[in-house]
Design a protein around this ligand. Structure first.
Ligand code: ATP
Length: 431
């Protein structure tokens, strides 16, 4: 389990401008969170890194972007309108709602002690009415997963890119689920980003690629800065698997509120493409070089973006008597370098510091200027937002053409000549 409590993390996230409760000035909206400046930078950096890792640095994954609104027919065919549900139990007395699979006692309400009602299946898809006021409206759905966007474009992809198996279609984007009880900060929300891909393979090869992606997921976990010793694999038993999956391995993380799902890896078979072929009447077969026609099978690694942010922040959180610091990997840190003039009321110092700041910012874009409070306070602030390096310009800089560079994790300070600064910083940040 993680040493840091959720209270501490949520309060740091708010205090330092990472994440705030959604619609907060009107009392909040359960299951939504707003990302401030540093939270947004962290969130973008994680998406960029994922995209680099799973798409740009590979030859076998292609990019997709599809709308969050999709036709009812898609979800009818995919089985989500029938099968994408959680067990719901409502208290007869206080009317609070719970997920049946998360209750220890399914008879007594944990909130008021009242009698609980019967368990029912509660669909997680969010319907929306489209159309003009006078005319007929159509029901569409906010997507509950990205995968269907890839399946309904399988034929377009074959016709245009002519890819050879195995290949994947990758996407990052919003998903919506009408969760019965959103909770635990970013862990269970009603609107979140997913990063996922559908990897199309020959049926005989699915186990090979399942194993391959399992290994690749571990590499990602390490690269993004999630502590590997806080992650474990869980073979999901048949009764708990999604309706489309023949095998699922969950990657679980040790959150302060328990060991729970971070990512999933599912073998979706040819379930989705077959369903869409039948419902749409289109030919969704693939022809290989020998002229065999068949519907490919699918291995799907899926990564919740919010849960990644949560696991990255929990992994990076450190605290001692003097300070709190987030030891983000430089690639995901919201700010890479902060530049301070030792004093803000000495024009010659500020001028030199400004010149150095502009120069550093030209080769390290996420560089920040900070001249608020004394240097000690600035270090604490940068530590709490996880800035790897701080540069201080002092009176000696004007004489010796060198600056002090301070390392976030070790707090070690080193004097670096200005003409060596670019190399020094890049080396430190790129490992
Ligand atoms: P859970 O069992 O926790 O409800 P799930 O098995 O329904 O999750 P998947 O359908 O596999 O989850 O969703 C893919 C990924 O999306 C998950 O691995 C997780 O990272 C993320 N995710 C799912 N539901 C939520 C949610 N309500 N809030 C935030 N992230 C979520």
């Amino acid at each position: 389990m993680s040493d840091v409590s959720m209270e501490k993390l949520v309060s740091l996230a708010k205090r330092r401008g990472f994440i705030y409760p959604g619609s907060e000035i009107y009392g909040g909206l359960a299951g939504t969170w707003d990302y401030g400046h540093y939270g947004s930078l962290l969130a973008y950096n994680i998406k960029d890194l994922w995209w680099k890792h799973f798409v740009e640095e590979r030859d076998d994954n292609f990019a997709m972007t599809t709308p969050t609104l999709m036709s009812e027919a898609v979800w009818q065919a995919s089985g989500h309108l029938d099968g994408f549900a959680d067990p719901l139990i409502e208290c007869n007395k206080c009317k609070h709602r719970f997920r049946g699979d998360q209750l220890e006692d399914k008879k007594k309400c944990p909130d008021c002690g009242g009698k609980l009602g019967e368990e029912k299946a509660f669909n997680l898809m969010l319907p929306v009415q489209l159309g003009s006021v006078e005319g007929k409206s159509n029901t569409a759905y906010l997507r509950g997963e990205l995968a269907q966007g890839m399946f309904v474009n399988f034929k377009n992809t074959l016709d245009t890119l002519r890819p050879k198996l195995p290949f994947g279609l990758a996407q990052i984007g919003r998903a919506y689920r009408n969760e019965i009880s959103p909770r635990d900060f970013l862990f269970r929300v009603r609107e979140f980003d997913l990063m996922e891909f559908e990897y199309f393979v020959k049926e005989a090869d699915w186990e090979k690629y399942f194993e391959m992606w399992k290994k690749e997921m571990w590499k990602w976990i390490e690269r993004v800065g999630i502590k590997k010793n806080m992650v474990s694999e869980l073979e999901v038993p048949e009764k708990d698997r999604a309706h489309y999956s023949k095998r699922t391995v969950d990657f679980e993380f040790d959150y302060p509120f328990g060991t729970k799902e971070l990512y999933g890896l599912a073998y979706r078979t040819d379930y989705d493409l077959k369903k869409h072929a039948k419902a749409s009447g289109l030919d969704l077969t693939y022809s290989d070089e020998e002229g065999n026609k068949f519907i490919p099978h699918v291995v799907e690694p899926t990564f919740g973006h919010g849960r990644t942010i949560l696991a990255v922040m929990l992994s990076a959180y450190n605290e001692d008597k003097e300070r709190v610091w987030l030891s983000f990997k430089p690639e995901v840190a919201p700010i890479k370098v902060a530049v301070f003039p030792l004093l803000r009321n000495k024009p010659e110092l500020v001028e030199k510091a400004d010149e150095i700041y502009k120069s550093v910012k030209s080769y390290i874009p996420n560089t920040l200027w900070d001249d608020n409070g004394n240097v000690g306070k600035r270090y604490r602030r940068q530590d709490e937002i996880g800035t790897p390096l701080c540069i201080t310009i002092d009176f000696e800089t004007l004489e010796d053409k060198a600056v002090t560079v301070r390392d976030r994790d070790s707090m070690a300070q080193q004097r670096v000549k200005l003409d060596e600064l670019e190399n020094y910083l890049k080396k430190k940040l790129n490992g």
